[in-house]
Design a binder for this molecule. Structure first.
Ligand SMILES: N[C@@H](CCC(=O)N[C@@H](CS)C(=O)NCC(=O)O)C(=O)O
Length: 205
């Protein structure tokens, strides 16, 4: 197995997932500066020219960070990170999508529509970026209300892929300097819990 990773939250999602599983896969680092992700050789692996990419021993390729995590979960089920039983699996999926679409996606849209790096790949619309930037605090406040029931993790009592999406969201938010609202105590407590995990420490060291 070979894992092609580069900078950015989607590779980080897989890195954190593997750290939580206690796994170490052979990694091929992809240098964005040298545009290795757009080389003819790499485009044969992923026509979108994006990381992460997992290549299996038989040559089959899996792209999409969550799909890679799902594959790893299937071959290394312990500890379960997509839920330990049907109700937990439903909740983990629900919260992974909510985190991705509501919070990560809103922040990501600002980056996609403002950052120099994405200029070539996207038609950047500054008005949309600004509207999304203004929406960020309300997304965090929505999350704060949702987890005000005191649950330790997004999907309930089990740490899951949804929290890993939360971790990369927090990292991107900090990296680009997007402020979080002051009054979100439940999110702050949850974020602090995530920061204490060895997988977070491993990412930020
Ligand atoms: N939906 C994909 C998104 C992958 C993605 O956008 N990767 C970024 C890095 S975080 C990338 O390779 N960007 C380079 C580019 O799009 O040119 C996933 O979840 O893996």
């Amino acid at each position: 197995m070979k894992l092609y990773l580069g900078p950015g939250p989607n590779s980080d999602r897989v890195r954190i997932f593997l750290a939580e599983k206690g796994l170490d896969l052979p990694v091929v680092p992809i240098d964005f500066g040298k545009r290795e992700h757009k080389s003819a050789e790499f485009l044969k692996l992923n026509s979108l020219g994006q990381v992460p990419v997992l290549q299996l021993d038989d040559g089959e390729v899996i792209t999409e960070s969550v799909a890679i995590c799902r594959y790893v979960e299937a071959i290394h089920p312990s500890p379960p990170l997509f839920g330990s039983d049907a109700p937990h699996q439903g909740k983990a999926e629900m919260w992974n999508r909510r985190m991705e679409q509501e919070v990560f996606g809103t922040i990501g849209n600002v980056v996609l529509h403002t950052d120099e790096f994405f200029k070539e790949r996207h038609t950047q619309v500054p008005e949309f970026a600004e509207a999304q930037r203004r929406a960020i605090p309300s997304k965090w406040m929505w999350l704060d209300r949702e987890i005000s029931d005191g649950r330790p993790y997004l999907a309930g009592d089990e740490f899951s892929i949804a929290d890993i999406c939360g971790m990369v969201t927090l990292m991107v938010s900090r990296f680009f300097g997007y402020e979080m609202p002051a009054e979100i105590p439940n999110v702050q407590r949850w974020a602090e819990r995530l920061r204490q995990r060895p997988s977070w420490q491993a990412m930020t060291n």
